[in-house]
Ligand binder design. Structure first.
Ligand SMILES: NC(=O)c1ccc[n+]([C@@H]2O[C@H](COP(=O)([O-])OP(=O)(O)OC[C@H]3O[C@@H](n4cnc5c(N)ncnc54)[C@H](OP(=O)(O)O)[C@@H]3O)[C@@H](O)[C@H]2O)c1
Length: 289
């Protein structure tokens, strides 16, 4: 079945995800910086504002940056203007509490609001191999399952509204350890004057291998801090996880503090810029010797 689908937010992740849907369906896109939406022409139609999308579509995806963006878009535009029976799917990494509130708000108008954050990065979005975890109404989930499968390899229904976001926060905690320990290991090896290409090859091919080592390791060595995943977005994820955790989690807390420092200098860099923090620590130590 061919649908007319709305897509709001065509940034690093949203653009390739929307492209997958546009290979089968009619997709109407909107982005605040409108050039990023126009870059998807001619595979899609570009709306002048999000209200145009609500008027034309009864299945609408959002892939925005921050929870505030999601709150404003859903409370001010989507939920007030959507027709009863509409399904709204938020793929942004956002707040579980907000997801629950929006689902309740939608329910009052017979609008299903699903939280469906993703993991797998820009490469997963481009290749259609993301992992997507969904919270919210099961019937609505079953209806949009074939659409989610267009950009998803591993699709997980997690239960009630907010559970998709809560699951994603667990993922972001797991990334904290992998990312920070990779940066620590590389900074340690650099300070030991080891041949760094060999050090990275060892980490990538042995027991310490990880997505971080494969995706971010080479960029760390070259100090290539161009973003595929922004520091400011990861800091937001860690802050959300800190808000939700019932106990003190030491890795989460310490990596949050490091990312806070990095975000002061490089908010729009990629998360691999974390290595700059450890290099800076080492150079200050060497200077004081
Ligand atoms: N990059 C990754 O590897 C990755 C992986 C998984 C999840 N995520 C999460 O997915 C989300 C998006 O990440 P991203 O890397 O794609 O970031 P991004 O490139 O900044 O994309 C966000 C897009 O949303 C648009 N936007 C924000 N508010 C809007 C509004 N009110 N109306 C219309 N458009 C709006 C932004 O427009 P402007 O261009 O005008 O700012 C931007 O194009 C974030 O929550 C992030 O944490 C990222």
């Amino acid at each position: 079945m061919k649908y007319r689908i709305g897509w709001i937010g065509t940034g690093l992740m949203g653009a390739p995800m929307a492209r997958h849907l546009a290979s089968i369906h009619d997709v109407v896109v909107y982005n605040r910086t409108i050039e990023k939406a126009r870059a998807l022409l001619p595979s899609v139609t570009v709306a002048r504002n999000p209200k145009e999308i609500v008027e034309q579509c009864d299945i609408i995806f959002t892939m925005l940056g921050m929870p505030e963006d999601v709150k404003n878009m859903y409370e001010d535009v989507l939920i007030p203007n959507a027709k009863p029976g509409t399904i709204l799917i938020d793929a942004t990494t956002s707040s579980p509490r907000l997801a629950r509130q929006l689902a309740l708000l939608g329910k009052e108008k017979n609008i299903a609001v699903l939280d469906a954050p993703v993991t797998g990065g820009v490469s997963g979005a481009t290749n259609g191999t993301l992992t997507t975890m969904v919270g919210g109404d099961l019937h609505a989930f079953e209806k949009v399952r074939p659409l989610l499968e267009k950009f998803t390899k591993t699709l997980l229904y997690m239960g009630e509204a907010g559970q998709g976001q809560q699951t994603k926060l667990a993922n972001q905690i797991a990334i904290a350890g992998a990312l920070a320990s990779l940066a620590e290991a590389l900074a340690f090896a650099e300070a030991s004057h080891l041949p760094m290409e060999h050090v990275l090859t060892m980490i990538q091919s042995g027991a310490a291998s990880s997505y971080a080592s494969l995706m971010y390791g080479p960029k760390m060595l070259k100090s290539d801090f161009e973003a595929t995943f922004f520091v400011r977005h990861y800091l937001k994820d860690l802050r959300l996880a800190l808000e939700e955790t019932p106990i003190e989690l030491s890795i989460l807390s310490s990596v949050y503090r490091v990312m806070e420092e990095i975000a002061k200098q490089f908010p729009y860099a990629g998360v691999q810029a974390i290595i700059a923090y450890y290099r800076d620590l080492i150079s200050r130590k060497v200077d004081t010797k």
